[in-house]
Design a protein around this ligand. Structure first.
Ligand code: MLT
Ligand code: ZN
Length: 463
């Protein structure tokens, strides 16, 4: 419960209607997509400008009030969960296009802009914002930057980091920082912009971002291939990526396809059922590309890696094939899955897959496991579905044990315990499998430098 004088000062900053204290609002704004924690913020504020964000952070420092920054609340690691009486600062209202510069091919937007709106804006200018994922209709650009979101086109376009040319932030001490100012070249010491990208709200609040835009892609073609086993997916990837400039290479299991077709009403790509499916995308830059893709398909069939396949004949068909992959995550919420979002270098993937497959078969004999992910960039999503008979807490306790073993395996393969979803609350106990003790100490020192009173998203990323 916030003391009356703090409530009054917050109202002075944002106005009465922008301070939310009702239970429904606290529940809505105090959580992300995770279901393991209960929202319990003391209040929610909706600032309308960077100046208001700064005033809130200064007040929070005076009153020793912890802040949880909140974007589109689509996070999957508990990074935006306010479970301990924190003040939620939601950026929803700072969502405008601030400046578009066609010469620089960049746009400066408020952090609360919905990702899909940024994509639409770019398209209206004849340009392209290439970071894309299933939650782009509700996630916000500030949240994407805070978690360095990845998604389905990373093999061609990289992560969110690659597209951030500048940031305006308020650090934990309440200072405004304008980082990199849209420059393409700027070798003037440490690039603090990059510290904020992926910092999960632990250093401060991102208020505005200058985003680099790309030239639009040529017509996308999508192939879905029925693959005979896990190992063959890597053979298919090697075969196609050697000769085609792929924009995406995703995979999913038959279980994932079964759930998406049953729950979303999508048609299966073809009649043959195979243990795994690869979805790959490339641009139809000329007709020879299609011939090349068909020739590669034949090679994969001749080698016994691929048992069936389909190539999109129209944009609509390409979009429908994408739905088979993109709708998996939303479909699985029904089973309250425990999510693993892990990565290793592509070259180590064949051996890693074998070991992780054996590990989960051994440790989760009674659980339903659904595999999918961005295998073209080394990122696997391993989702363990909650059996109805177990409570959320019982289920989580079982998953935690296995996560430690997966962590050890990742350490052996020099992989990451969080490829693209961030660490938040869910993965912080496993961070040490991917980052050394010295790195963790340095991260803590960096946090102290930006957030001396430890008010920014405490307990996220590390304790
Ligand atoms: C995806 O690849 O679909 C997203 O990262 C979400 C998820 O893993 O559930
Ligand atoms: Zn993903």
């Amino acid at each position: 419960m916030l003391p009356g004088p703090i409530i009054e000062q917050l109202i002075d900053i944002v106005g009465e209607s922008r301070l939310l204290l009702g239970d429904d609002d606290l529940q809505r704004f105090g959580i992300d997509r995770t279901t393991l924690w209960k929202a319990a913020p003391c209040a929610v504020v909706l600032p309308g400008s960077t100046a208001e964000v700064q005033a809130i952070v200064r007040l929070a420092n005076q009153c020793n009030l912890a802040i949880v920054p909140s974007g589109g609340r689509t996070g999957l690691s508990g990074g935006a969960v306010a479970k301990d009486g924190e003040l939620v600062v939601a950026l929803d209202r700072i969502n405008q296009v601030i400046e578009f510069n066609p010469m620089d091919r960049s746009v400066t937007v408020g952090a609360g802009m919905i990702t899909a709106k940024l994509q639409e804006f770019a398209e209206q200018q004849g340009l392209f914002y290439p970071v894309d994922f299933a939650s782009s209709g509700s996630s916000q650009i500030g949240g994407n930057i805070a978690t360095n979101a990845g998604g389905i086109k990373v093999i061609k376009y990289g992560m969110t980091r690659s597209w951030v040319a500048g940031l305006k932030v308020i650090n934990g001490a309440g200072d405004i920082l304008e980082l990199n100012k849209g420059l393409a070249k700027n070798n003037t010491g440490y690039d603090l912009r990059h510290l904020f990208i992926g910092s999960e709200g632990t250093l401060g609040l991102i208020c505005e971002a200058t985003i680099q835009l790309a030239r639009p892609p040529v017509e996308p073609c999508v192939m879905v291939l029925g693959v005979q086993d896990f190992a063959a997916i890597m053979d298919v990837l090697k075969c196609f990526s050697a000769d085609l400039d792929l924009t995406a290479f995703e995979f999913f299991s038959q279980q994932a396809l079964d759930k998406v077709t049953a729950h979303r009403g999508h048609a299966a790509p073809f009649e043959t059922q195979t243990p795994f499916y690869a979805l790959l995308e490339f641009e139809k830059t000329n007709d020879a590309v299609l011939d090349k893709a068909m020739a590669l398909f034949e090679v994969c069939v001749d080698n016994g890696w691929v048992l069936d396949g389909v190539l999109s004949q129209s944009l609509t068909q390409a979009q429908n094939l994408w739905k088979l992959r993109e709708d998996i995550s939303e479909t699985l919420w029904h089973w309250q899955p425990y999510k693993n979002d892990i990565s290793v270098r592509i070259s180590r993937m064949p051996d890693f897959i074998k070991e992780v497959d054996q590990l989960v078969a051994r440790q989760y004999p009674d659980f339903e496991i659904v595999w999918y992910g961005h295998i073209g960039d080394g990122n696997l999503h391993l989702n363990i579905l909650k059996p109805e008979a177990l409570s959320v807490d019982q289920f989580h306790a079982k998953c935690v044990n296995v996560s430690s073993e997966i962590g050890q395996l990742l350490a052996k393969y020099e992989g990451s315990v969080s490829a693209e979803h961030g660490v938040g609350l869910l993965k912080k106990d496993y961070l040490h499998y991917s980052r050394s003790a010295v790195e963790m100490d340095l991260m803590r020192s960096i946090k102290r430098a930006f957030d001396p009173n430890h008010i920014m998203n405490p307990g996220k990323l590390f304790d």
